[in-house]
Design a protein around this ligand. Structure first.
Ligand SMILES: Nc1ncnc2c1ncn2[C@@H]1O[C@H](COP(=O)(O)OP(=O)(O)OP(=O)(O)O)[C@@H](O)[C@H]1O
Ligand SMILES: [Mg+2]
Length: 494
């Protein structure tokens, strides 16, 4: 038995401010510990920024504290209640069925961050499910949260991943895990819907005031702070979805209960990154109608913001003002998408025909099912004169006859600007990632983890922290998916 020094520090957890809302908003819960949990991965950079003491990380207290086994007397773990629209249909009450809020920590930028466990057992909102998360989906959540952070896309973060030999039943028995995740707040559109659809306007107002005070204080001085809040949430959501589109990310389950009121990517389930480009790609095999396809994400983001806006009508007190705030979504999406495209194509100015030029490239991607990430990355190396980049692009597009013509027009277009090749290349390489979390890469890491080899998770995490950098030792991680990856299927099962 190892000696545990009595002075081992604990997690610097403070009571979550969410608790001040009162018991109508949550239930007290007790994490149900996994059998003999062990560490699979620790996000050292995030731990450092949250001031998690090194002495704790290396001590035997770390796992119990990071999985909810050891709760200090100051902590009150809770599960919050929310409702939501799932696949466009009102689903009624849902709530944190397998997530538990442990408390808050203050990060190096003096921001309070909520600490949540995902998979720590049943809560009053588990309905008939087991409160667990399987290793497969937890590895995906851990890696993708950090991949998104590396890409500069707002997201919940992952601090720690622990595993256990305890099984949960899905399509087949699978081992379980707990992701310890971090965000300034996990409040969702669904939290607002919960009170609105029950006509509990006092609680709705309390929640809106809480969000305004802690997360949108700049809205408080507006003539109608609730309308201002809606307008800002619409903008944040639109910008987030534009970033998803620009990186080829597909969320997979854009239900209103998975929509963060802070505009963060939330709930990594059957997500996917676009590979062979297809506007209509559906990453979630359970999404039979393609409601959450790549093409539909911007409109679904707007649908969800409308559902959120609906809940604020009693507080805004004017349908017209609500509609005006909702208009922000479309304009913010269009503006941000255009900016992201300008950056992806390495253009500093906006010219009349740019949108057509971009759309033609997307059409070429579509017609030839070219790999989204590799195509933009290779385009980022293009020079004025013909080089091997032209050949590489030609290969990616399967020898498309229309490509040289497009490239000629693209070269003519960027030559109207002052940047030289190396300046344009550098700017584009900072906008077009080399490394994304391809499904097959996650799958390899999962299969190794299922054999108790966690090295691939660590390697992938390291590579994805710097997705725009050239990493010569990781060249293979930027290549086209192997043939077997075509059969990979991700569903809602998690
Ligand atoms: N294994 C489970 N046990 C208990 N509840 C679950 C389980 N899986 C899903 N749920 C609940 O079903 C609802 C919808 O699930 P969904 O897959 O969107 O969320 P999630 O992946 O559990 O978590 P989150 O949105 O917090 O990342 C939520 O209320 C969720 O808590
Ligand atoms: Mg969810």
């Amino acid at each position: 038995m190892t000696d545990i020094p009595t002075h081992t520090p604990s997690l610097p957890l403070q009571s979550a401010r969410f608790l001040k809302l009162g018991k109508t908003f949550y239930s007290d819960v007790t994490p149900v510990v996994l059998t003999k949990p062990y560490r699979i991965a620790l996000n050292e950079e995030l731990a450092r920024s949250l001031h998690v003491p090194d002495a704790l990380i290396s001590s035997s207290h770390a796992i119990p504290e990071l999985t909810g086994e050891q709760i200090s007397s100051a902590q009150t773990p809770v599960a919050t209640v929310y409702s939501g629209h799932q696949f466009g249909v009102w689903a009624g009450q849902l709530g944190d069925g397998r997530a538990m809020l442990l408390g808050e920590m203050t990060d190096s930028e003096q921001q309070r961050q909520e600490i949540q466990l995902k998979g720590a057992g049943e809560t009053p909102y588990s309905r008939r499910a087991d409160g667990r998360a399987v290793l497969r989906s937890s590895v995906r959540e851990y890696l993708c949260s950090e991949a998104m952070h590396g890409l500069g896309i707002p997201t919940t973060r992952a601090l720690h991943l622990s595993g256990s030999k305890q099984y949960a039943m899905r399509e087949q028995p699978e081992t379980t895990a707990i992701v310890t995740r971090v965000a300034p707040s996990f409040i969702r559109f669904g939290h607002f819907e919960h009170f609105y659809y029950q006509g509990r306007i006092d609680e709705l107002k309390q929640l809106a005031d809480f969000v305004l005070q802690h997360y949108y204080p700049q809205c408080l001085s507006a003539e109608n702070p609730y309308a201002e809040l809606l307008g800002d949430v619409a903008i944040r959501t639109a910008r987030l979805v534009a970033q998803w589109q620009a990186s080829g990310f597909m969320h997979g389950v854009l239900n209103t209960d998975n929509m963060s009121v802070l505009g963060l990517t939330l709930d990594y389930g059957p997500f996917g990154f676009m590979e062979a480009f297809n506007h209509d790609h559906i990453c979630n095999h359970s999404d039979h109608q393609g409601r959450y396809s790549y093409r539909n994400q911007p409109a679904i983001g707007q649908w969800n913001v409308f559902a959120f806006g609906q809940t604020l009508v009693p507080l805004i007190n004017s349908v017209e003002t609500t509609e005006q705030a909702l208009d922000n979504y479309k304009s913010a999406f269009e503006q941000h998408w255009q900016q992201l495209c300008q950056a992806k194509f390495g253009l500093e100015t906006v010219q009349e025909n740019d949108a057509n030029l971009f759309n033609e490239f997307f059409q070429l991607l579509q017609d030839h099912r070219a790999d989204f990430t590799l195509s933009f990355r290779t385009l980022s190396h293009l020079k004025n004169e013909t080089t091997t980049s032209d050949d590489e692009l030609f290969a990616l597009f399967g020898g498309a006859q229309a490509l040289p013509d497009w490239l000629q027009r693209y070269r003519e277009r960027y030559q109207t600007e002052n940047r030289n090749d190396s300046e344009r290349n550098a700017a584009m390489l900072a906008a077009n990632p080399k490394y994304i979390l391809r499904n097959y890469l996650a799958q390899i890491a999962i299969e190794k983890a299922q054999q108790d080899d966690f090295s691939e998770i660590q390697r992938l995490h390291r590579i994805l922290q710097n997705p725009f950098a050239e990493q010569p030792e990781a060249e293979a991680y930027a290549s086209l998916p192997p043939d077997w990856a075509g059969d990979l299927c991700v569903s809602c099962s998690s």
